[in-house]
Write a protein that binds this ligand. Structure first.
Ligand SMILES: [Zn+2]
Length: 206
């Protein structure tokens, strides 16, 4: 249901006319994409589109060539945190994690259907697949973003992998470095936070 609501918001935003305010937001995002392309050694794709969506939820999505960022995200993140989030979304794009947020339902449903021999009820399998599949892609996108930020840092720019976790702390309103692991060990955001803290490996391929 939430996914559907989100999907409708995205659809509506795609058909809406950009305001001047939204335009300056997309310029801010675009400049981050260009900065990363210019300064990180990686064979980035040339074509990137940016759209700002007007929700009060701090979120960003990658829909193939299109990177969507919510206005709320732009409001709460500083330039370092925003660049970290953009790097993460660019990794989704580069790794063909199409519909990497809202579209997870589709990917998970297909995977769950293929596993029809299982005795576990379909709905349970569906949610399990969605979570695993989504977390796997999120961790891979984090891994690329981590290494790109590390590259920028080594080149003397004022960016670092920890910017990813600073962004997470603001987006979720929780400092995952300072919570009781007992309650959070299954939480995808917590798992991602800890992985960034420990350090991702140089290779992000499995
Ligand atoms: Zn992601």
């Amino acid at each position: 249901m939430l996914e559907m609501k989100l999907f409708l918001v995205i659809l509506l935003s795609l058909t809406s006319i950009s305001t001047g305010f939204a335009q300056s937001g997309s310029d801010r995002v675009r400049s981050k994409i260009e900065f990363i392309k210019r300064n990180v050694d990686f064979g980035f794709r040339r074509f990137y589109q940016v759209k700002i969506i007007d929700t009060d939820e701090a979120n960003a999505f990658s829909l193939g060539t299109l990177t969507l960022v919510s206005q709320k995200m732009l409001d709460i993140l500083d330039d370092n945190e925003l660049l970290a989030v953009i790097a993460h979304e660019m990794a989704h794009r580069e790794k063909y994690h199409i519909f990497s947020r809202s579209g997870m339902i589709v990917g998970g449903a297909i995977a769950a259907l293929l596993d029809w021999h299982s005795d576990i009820p379909y709905s349970e399998r569906l949610s399990g697949f969605n979570e695993d599949y989504q977390l796997e892609q999120e961790l891979q996108a984090d891994c690329y973003a981590y290494n790109w930020l590390l590259q920028l840092k080594k080149k003397g720019f004022a960016f670092e992998p920890a910017d990813l976790n600073r962004a997470t702390t603001k987006i979720f309103g929780i400092d995952f470095g300072d919570v009781d692991p007992t309650y959070f060990e299954d939480n995808p955001a917590y798992i991602r936070f800890q992985k960034v803290k420990q350090g991702h490996s140089k290779s992000c391929e499995n």
